[in-house]
Write a protein that binds this ligand. Structure first.
Ligand SMILES: [Zn+2]
Length: 104
């Protein structure tokens, strides 16, 4: 990881310190500490890696494969949650229907 202060590739994951970094963990931010200048900074967990130079064909392949896998995973998670929600609503509907008195 490149340090934003001294621009050396010497920053590594650090343990969370204090309430600020503890709260940042809830928002997928990890603390990093630079071994060169001891600067601490937070990095978003899902941030794309810093690009250094143009991509080769193989790198482009990897990036596109990763993207399609990510999209598939997102679609799968969305389907799972929406079907769970639908099931819950159906369940709720049958529960509330049984409790209402019959009117015939
Ligand atoms: Zn540094």
């Amino acid at each position: 990881m490149v340090c934003p202060k001294c621009h050396q590739d010497r920053a590594h994951r650090a343990h969370r310190k204090g309430i600020k970094e503890g709260l940042a963990g809830l928002f997928s931010r990890f603390p990093y500490r630079c071994h060169e200048c001891s600067h601490r900074f937070l990095v978003y967990r899902y941030a794309p890696p810093v690009q250094t130079g143009p991509l080769t064909a193989a790198e482009r392949d990897i990036v596109s494969t990763r993207l399609s896998m990510k999209r598939k995973r997102t679609r799968r998670v969305f389907l799972l949650y929406s079907s769970a929600l639908l099931l819950f609503l159906v369940f709720l509907y049958y529960i509330t229907r049984e409790r209402t008195p019959q009117s015939d």
